[in-house]
Design a protein around this ligand. Structure first.
Ligand code: UDP
Length: 369
């Protein structure tokens, strides 16, 4: 198992339970990949080291699975955004619309009002920008999406796929829950403790702080690779583009922003959001707060890859890597980095469970690129 994140841990666990001997290797000194959590030394607050991770799913099997390994506390992600010198509620809901336009509209009034704002000449939105203009119109797009998205992705929303915006709903009621999945929560002791439990099996050994070399594959019946797809092939065809994040940590006596995540829609604020980690654990008490300002930039060699940029150039390169990956014997490419997709945690776990089930019954599954 290359990678001790959710994919590696879940596949490893399932195969260990099916009787296989599993070794997990990760280049980083910790398990849990980018959902790694740890207690901040100075404040004792549980910190999402690689940015905010909120567990949400409609998949009962996945929810039951994570609850086997962690105690989940109720948690609703209620994101706010600063824009044009004011604070608004996200995702765009009736409160946002009424505040933004200084109105007191009812749901049906807001719906027809936004239809009036929307660019209805766009029948089949292809880009992020078209999707936004079609559903919320130019004013809301510029206030909440344009600046944030340029900062987050480093390119114009005209060049991004509509699928990225489809992650966010527009609601004509006062529901400000960022996600609408049936099951939502936060593991009480953090994600790393959960992944530790998943990996805690007599047939699993974990090696941290060691890079995987392709020649090591020879000593194993099969490799599940959740590292970056291009790096597996030594980036021979070129590098796939990723965005990476930098975090600027600061402390605050008391409550800095009153919520876990505050987005910044303005372009001239250089960061995309501030996470105040203690709000992820409202059942704990901490006097001093620790916050992370989050900056997004292009990923350079040696940086940690976060978001795959599925742009035209990347898609062509990806197709070449996928051809290679498909003809590589004894290796299955899995997870966000291994298949170069923007995956939520629950989808990653679902795919890992399915991959392991197929492997246990009939051998390597076809990877989902
Ligand atoms: N987005 C935005 N403004 C916001 C929040 C999100 O424009 O205030 C856009 C942005 O392009 C982002 C995408 O919507 O990449 C998906 O947002 P999500 O909150 O799902 O991003 P994540 O938490 O996965 O980084």
């Amino acid at each position: 198992m290359v990678g001790a994140g959710l994919s590696g841990a879940v596949i490893g666990r399932q195969l260990a339970e099916a009787g296989h001997d599993v070794s997990v290797i990760d280049a980083r000194p910790h398990i849990a990949g980018n959902c790694h959590t740890e207690r901040d030394e100075a404040t004792g607050v549980m910190v999402h080291v690689y940015g905010p991770h909120i567990f949400h799913t409609d998949d009962t099997g996945v929810w039951d699975y994570v609850n086997r390994f962690a105690h989940f506390m109720p948690f609703r992600n209620r994101v706010k955004t600063t824009s044009q010198g004011k604070v608004f509620s996200l995702p765009i809901n009736l409160h946002t619309i009424n505040q933004f336009y200084g109105r007191t509209m009812r749901p049906c009034e807001a719906r027809s009002f936004l239809e009036g704002e929307a660019d209805t000449s766009i029948s089949d939105p292809q880009s992020f920008e078209e999707q936004a203009l079609r559903f919320v119109g130019r004013d809301l797009y510029e206030a909440f999406f344009e600046g944030y998205t340029v900062k987050q992705w480093g390119i114009s929303p005209k060049e991004l796929p509509a699928s990225i915006l489809k992650r966010l709903p527009v609601r004509f009621n006062y529901d400000d829950n960022y996600f609408f999945h049936r099951y939502q929560g936060m593991p009480k002791d953090g994600y790393t403790a959960m992944v530790e439990q998943i990996l805690d099996h007599p047939k699993i050994t974990v090696t941290l702080g060691e890079r995987f070399e392709r020649r090591e594959a020879a000593g194993h019946d099969h490799v599940f690779y959740s590292g970056p797809l291009d790096e597996y092939f030594g980036c021979e065809l070129g590098r796939l583009g990723y965005r990476t994040l930098d975090f600027e940590r600061f402390e605050y006596e008391g409550d800095y922003q009153g919520c876990a995540v505050m987005n910044y829609g303005e372009r001239d604020v250089p960061y995309t959001r501030i996470t105040e980690h203690k709000h992820f654990s409202p059942w704990e008490e901490h006097e001093t707060s620790v916050c992370y300002r989050e900056f997004s930039r292009a990923c350079e060699p040696g940086d940690i890859p976060y978001y795959p940029i599925r742009q035209i150039r990347e898609k062509a390169l990806l197709a070449d890597y996928v051809d290679r990956a498909r003809s590589e014997r004894g290796v299955t490419f899995v997870g966000r980095l291994g298949t170069y997709r923007y995956l939520d945690m629950d989808v990653t776990i679902r795919e890992a469970l399915d991959t392991a089930a197929v492997f246990a019954q009939q051998g390597p599954a076809t990877p989902a690129f």
